[in-house]
Design a protein around this ligand. Structure first.
Ligand code: ADP
Length: 475
């Protein structure tokens, strides 16, 4: 597929030409994407600005109808979209199909939430005044998305922005631009008015992102990616007090307490840890298990992990696809080697391999883990499960909270009263209690501390795309 830019309802080439897109499972070239830069970003911003007033002037029900149509088309083309996800980023095809359904669910959810942007009236302090509050779209939105969920990260931003009445320019990750091209095709097919949704793919991320940050027409930037780039955007945004939503890195703890149902704990850990080959920001990254159940947990986890097949995401029965690239592979390998050098014991796995420039890593369990190992401090983004012993619930909570990140945390206990206290004690935006897969369109997703600012999903997810206006009326 040769992807073009989608600006003002037209497909166009970029001045700089195009760049290749490769399959991470075998490094085969699967097409090209247009290499947009500053000029094309400016054109897209102008188009979005021109489209804004008529789009925000539609009734919520009219905007809702477009979102429902996009949802319908995405589900009609579920297999085709899933195949592109697997081609571009490697996740197993059944996971990719699940991602498309999850991605589409944001269109459906925000098609409904568009109709519920309620204002309020406030009792005034004098009889000759009336006070009201209304919400209006923030304006033109720049959205920057990562490669690990090529459809879902796009719709989680674009759906609420469109529902709120904003127009959007999307810059997808350079590893997965073609899934975004397919999303743009669907927006076109749904008859979305020109300029409401624009797509600028490109390799020069800082050039496109820089234009979002410097151009006064862009009122809001919504970003999912690394904490490192999130910090750059915050600095760049200071000049114009740019409205920012940031979904950044995580380093999720999993606590298995002494009264946990071990089967639930093992299944939840596998769901959280090994999905997407461990390449999600909510993947469990450090596992703390009470010493009374430690050996049983490790043994049962090993049995389950032994069933996970590594390979090309299109191959039958594969549960773990390739890592996204060499850099990702090297980080995983560095974390494993550091742990082993510091005394960790390999229960299973511990090795990766490279084939024609494609990188795979075996699902790995490490025990005898200590807090001074790099894997317990940094996000790994790979299929590695380090299991550390704890001797009390309090120790588990203290270790879990001892991180600058606060996105997702998981814990397993059968006790209601203990569980409530653990849930309340964890300094994280998302907590899975006996649940390794909490993400859902109807729930708020986002992080505490250095994991980000703002929420996506839920009724909260539309707020970042709305401004609040207080109107005071003298009678
Ligand atoms: P990851 O480690 O997941 O690749 P990044 O933060 O590097 O995370 O990338 C997430 C998104 O941010 C991608 O679309 C990428 O192109 C974009 N990006 C990277 N650097 C910048 C930058 N300096 N300004 C704006 N966007 C950037």
């Amino acid at each position: 597929m040769d992807g073009r830019l989608f600006i003002n309802g037209e497909w166009s080439k970029a001045d700089k030409g195009s760049f290749p897109v490769n399959n991470p499972a075998n490094n085969d070239n699967i097409g090209t994407a247009a290499d947009g830069g500053k000029k094309e970003t400016q054109e897209a911003i102008e188009a979005a600005e021109a489209a804004l007033s008529s789009w925000s002037g539609l009734t919520a029900a009219e905007r809702s109808a477009y979102l429902k149509e996009i949802h319908r088309l995405m589900m009609d083309r579920q297999t085709e979209l899933a195949e592109m996800i697997t081609l571009e980023m490697g996740k197993p095809l059944h996971e990719a199909k699940g991602e498309v359904a999850y991605a589409a669910s944001f269109l459906e959810w925000y098609a409904e939430e568009a109709k519920r942007v309620y204002g309020e009236t406030i009792p005034a302090g004098s009889p000759d005044k009336r006070m009201m509050v209304i919400h209006q779209p923030v304006g033109v939105v720049g959205a920057i998305t990562p490669w690990n969920f090529p459809q879902a990260m796009v719709t989680r931003k674009v759906a609420p922005a469109l529902a709120a009445g904003c127009s959007v320019i999307l810059k997808p990750a350079e590893d997965t631009p073609l899934s975004a091209v397919k999303f743009a095709e669907i927006c076109e097919e749904a008859g979305l008015p020109k300029g409401v949704f624009n797509l600028v793919t490109g390799e020069a991320a800082s050039e496109i992102g820089g234009e979002f940050m410097n151009n006064e027409t862009v009122r809001k930037v919504t970003f999912t990616g690394s904490t490192e780039v999130g910090k750059i955007l915050m600095e760049q945004g200071a000049d114009q007090i740019k409205k920012l939503s940031l979904e950044l890195g995580g380093h999720a703890p999993i606590l298995v307490l002494d009264d946990a149902d071990i089967e639930k704990a093992v299944n939840g850990t596998v769901a959280s840890k090994f999905r997407n080959a461990g390449q999600t920001c909510v993947c469990g990254n450090r596992i703390y298990v009470h010493d009374s159940v430690y050996d049983t947990f490790v043994e049962k986890l090993q049995e389950k992990v032994a069933t996970l097949k590594v390979g090309d995401g299109f191959a039958e029965g594969v549960a773990i696809g390739p890592l996204i690239n060499e850099e990702g592979y090297e980080k995983v390998d560095r974390h494993v080697k550091d742990a082993v050098d510091k005394g960790a014991e390999l229960v299973t796995g511990g090795e990766g391999y490279e084939e024609n420039g494609a990188y795979f890593y075996q699902p790995t369990i490490l025990k005898n883990i200590d807090s001074d190992m790099v894997i317990m401090e940094e996000e790994t983004f790979g299929p590695i499960a380090p299991v550390q012993k704890i001797t009390s619930t309090e120790e588990g909570i203290r270790l879990a909270n001892g991180s600058p990140f606060g996105l997702a945390a998981y814990f397993f206990t059968e006790s209601m009263s203990r569980g409530m206290k653990v849930a309340e004690g964890l300094e994280f935006g998302i907590v899975g209690w006996n649940d390794g897969a909490p993400s859902a369109a109807q729930a708020p997703f986002g992080g505490w501390k250095q994991s980000g600012i703002g929420r996506e999903g839920g009724h909260q997810g539309i707020d970042p795309f709305l401004e609040t206006k207080y109107i005071s009326i003298g009678l």
